[in-house]
Design a protein around this ligand. Structure first.
Ligand SMILES: NC(=O)c1ccc[n+]([C@@H]2O[C@H](COP(=O)([O-])OP(=O)(O)OC[C@H]3O[C@@H](n4cnc5c(N)ncnc54)[C@H](O)[C@@H]3O)[C@@H](O)[C@H]2O)c1
Ligand SMILES: [Zn+2]
Length: 369
């Protein structure tokens, strides 16, 4: 088992990464912190796979527990569904000493964190992430949110967990497509901030699952996120570099229609694009470009997008058809494991790169005829 500490002013917390340790680790922190009432928040899919697993175990270890089950899916990351968590807590006379445990992927983590940040002006919560994406990305850093009909993650608070318990055993039941999608966010941390992580990933394939390899990879990836969050908790600078690959990624998610491509898959394609642009713009050497390209290509899905012209491309990148602005901030690689924010990158230039990108990688990304 490996351990990291996120050091934030007045709110340090631990992340442990390993296998078959969740029961002992959760019991330890809850006992140390004198928790009595514990509410596990999860979704119906996980509840079917692991019926009352955490609640039953923690009850045997002396805590008063209950499981709050909400429907599975990003479409339920809403204020309305959040209300059902508050209802559940109030019906069980939860108070300021009640602990929440988020048991699930990023959706459950974001909603439970939001509930913990707002219920009675804030109660403690623990992340037990069960997807690879949540392991390395959403469970660390304290961003929580729900979606609004007019935009994703529009309503939220910063709320750091008291502890993040990463037990890789839960990945055994994760659909392979979700696993592969999360791997792009894991690798992203290597590409932008940690060359040795990228080189470590190059030594082995993700499949078949090897828990020793994963423990090391997840730990190093979380460590990058930890460093970034410690330096820039509220995203005034450095934290924006975590958006590497997300410009085209978001375009793919939106333009293909939400749900067509998983977030991580779209970001994977976006990472290849951002790497290609970094090379074309003369920031990345040919050798590093080829290394990253050859790593990403075999992992990428084959994305087909509806037709797209310069106007639609611009509107999608700027999120607003009427925007006067012609430029975006774009994350580029300077080297393997080193990135920078290119401010005011012209959308026109990106459109030109995108055209060449489609010609160069017709399998990874193409426009429908
Ligand atoms: N807060 C942040 O910093 C941050 C960062 C990145 C992403 N996010 C958010 O995270 C969400 C995406 O997270 P995600 O990719 O984990 O998606 P998710 O939470 O929807 O989980 C993906 C699917 O896998 C299922 N699942 C989860 N764990 C499983 C397991 N062990 N076995 C079988 N099935 C399992 C879920 O029920 C779901 O159907 C988005 O809402 C995104 O906005 C937040
Ligand atoms: Zn992402």
């Amino acid at each position: 088992m490996q351990e990291l500490t996120v050091n934030l002013p007045g709110r340090s917390y631990q992340i442990t990464i390993g296998t078959n340790h969740w029961s002992a680790s959760l019991t330890k922190i809850l006992q140390e912190r004198n928790a009595r009432q514990v509410v596990v928040v999860t979704n119906d899919a996980l509840q079917r796979l692991y019926p009352d697993l955490l609640a039953t175990e923690l009850q045997q270890n002396g805590f008063e527990t209950a499981t709050c089950v909400i429907p599975d899916g990003e479409q339920h990351k809403t204020l309305a569904d959040l209300t059902s968590i508050y209802d559940f807590l109030l019906e069980r006379s939860a108070n300021r000493k009640t602990w929440l445990i988020a048991f699930g992927g990023g959706v459950i983590g974001d909603m439970t964190g939001f509930a913990a940040g707002t219920f009675m002006r804030g109660i403690p919560f623990v992340q037990v992430p069960t997807t690879l994406l949540a392991n390395v990305d959403s469970s660390v850093g304290g961003k929580t949110a729900v979606n609004h009909p007019l935009g994703k993650n529009m309503i939220g608070v910063f709320k750091q967990p008291e502890y993040v318990c990463i037990d890789l055993e839960f990945l055994k039941t994760l659909p392979i497509r979700e696993l592969r999608a999360g791997y792009f966010e894991l690798a992203k941390h290597g590409l932008i901030h940690d060359r040795s992580l990228f080189e470590f990933l190059q030594q082995q394939t993700l499949e078949p699952l090897d828990f020793e390899f994963l423990e090391e990879a997840v730990t190093r990836s979380c460590d990058v996120k930890r460093r970034v969050v410690e330096e820039d908790e509220h995203e005034t600078g450095l934290r924006a570099t975590l958006n590497f690959g997300h410009t085209l990624g978001h375009l793919i998610e939106t333009h293909a229609g939400y749900g067509q491509w998983l977030h991580g898959e779209a970001v994977g394609t976006g990472m290849l694009f951002a790497t290609y642009v970094s090379w074309q713009e003369g920031h990345l050497t040919e050798e590093n470009y080829q290394r990253i390209r050859d790593f990403l290509l075999p992992l990428l899905p084959e994305v087909t997008l509806p037709q797209l012209d310069a106007m639609a491309f611009r509107a999608l990148l700027l999120h607003d058809k009427k925007a006067e602005n012609q430029a975006v901030n774009f994350i580029l690689l300077r080297s393997l494991g080193e990135c920078f924010i290119q401010r005011q990158m012209s959308v026109e230039t990106l459109w030109e790169h995108f055209g060449r990108f489609l010609e160069t990688f017709p399998r990874a990304c193409r426009l429908a005829a």
